[in-house]
Design a protein around this ligand. Sequence first.
Ligand code: GLC
Length: 564
Amino acid sequence: MAGLVKSDTEDFIDWWPHTVFYQIYPRSFKDSNGGGIGDLKGITSKLRYLADTGITATWLSPIFQSPMIDFGYDISDYKAIQPEYGTMQDFEELIDTAFELGIKVVLDFVPNHSSDQHEWFKKSAAREPGYEDFYVWHDGIVQENGTRVPPNNWPSVFYGSAWEWHEGREQYYLHQFTKEQPDLNYRNPKVVQAMDDVLLFWLNKGVAGFRIDAVNHLFEDESLKDEPLSGKTTDSLSYDYTKHIYSRDLPEVLEMIHHWRQLLDDFSAKHPERPTRIMMTEAYAGLTQLADYYEDSNGVRGSHLPFNFHFITDVKGDSDARDYVYNVEKWLIYMPRGHAANWVMGNHDNPRVASRFGPASVDAMNMLLLTLPGVAVTYNGEELGMVDYRELSWEETVDPPARNVGEKLYQEVSRDPVRTPFQWNNETNAGFSTAAKTWLPVHPNYLELNLEAQKVANRSHYQVYKDLLELRKSAIMRVGRFNIEPLTRWVFAFKRSYPNFESIITVINVSDKEQLVDLSEFLSQPKKLVVEVSGVDSKYQPGQSLAASALLLAAREGLVCRLV
Ligand code: GLC
């Protein structure tokens, strides 16, 4: 497939279309004061680690004041730092240090809902003038027998009705997530204005942009009609119960994205001394919608990077080469021309790579992520191949959707296993904290699996990751044209090439068996392959020459080679 990389548009010479965004989950990254919880000073102390690894951009999960029902995704003051994470001064120091190290900082913006402890919600509940319609309120329906029920059958994403009765106001309010996360009403211009103000506040502090949370939930159909049943489950409290045609992915979402893009572009234009401010949007939505987020059919630009979750949602441990190729191609086909592709390999809401694809796949998946064209998104710990701590007990479980479904089912939905503390070394609490108890337990495998050990080992996932970031600096990785093919049922390869540059080839075996492949036809040149990056257990060494006509790959092996 040709024509994917447009080096002639302004976007492609900017900082972000080829960056690796490293997601930090602040609560679990580094605790500086022994509280058992990660904090801002902890992050600042580790920015050097990011820089040494070759990371130049990070996005931070929420650091704002919050009762922590959903661990920061329930914000009670959008302009204040959560006290257990530090102070505004700590944040300013973080930004300054990041700037000195050449790292851009992107913050998580959670516009769909606030905390029920936010003063806006308290004022709205009290019907204070100016705040009456800040949230989505409804009387509900009084049935013939006199009982009052919610206005419709909408379930919340986190299980249970999406409506909660408010005793004070004597009305129901909408909450698409927990009941402590009331949905803001974006049909009210005052809400839009208040949120613009929040964005400008953080832009003025020097952030490079925002990751916009749950953006496709922003609007609901004004009729508040019942949604049709999906037929997937008979449990009316499960999010799968209805088809979310009135509560998600409404056309108005795109208008808000355009509005925020304008705000960012205006700010960038006014402050050219700092890099372009960008937005990345989180929506588990259809491909056509996500393509429209980039740029709609009228050519209006929106999200710089609508997160592409296909490696999380559409390929699994048992997927074959065709599934991978298909998923890569479909994103590139739908993405409007002149935009930057993006690939998300993990986040704080989904199982880790080692747990989704098996520990043997860690290097191959990082090779895939980091040699495709465009932006790569890495969740903290994936550079080490950290593993989900699935053995967490019900008593240790704190994630709200897991608590909501109860002791029998919590393991199916809990996001705690992917959020355990970062494994820095083999000391107390993996070097994350000196506390007697950390907010989530450290994975017991930290004694062997930790950064320090991987730094000194002969070969390690971390070193592979670092080598891949080094390789990404080369011009071919930025401008190289791209084509991908399944070579066999289990092996696929892709090529980055550009006239007068040596091509880079990535080959990946996604099966549990050794595979022998012939790359000659794919390469259509009788040339030699030289190993650039190989995995921890590979029998191939960087610099080694290989015959393209008979390449033997071990189970789950990936290889990145130069064509000479
Ligand atoms: C997003 C976040 C998730 C959070 C939810 C509600 O999906 O990634 O962690 O629970 O939004 O804010």
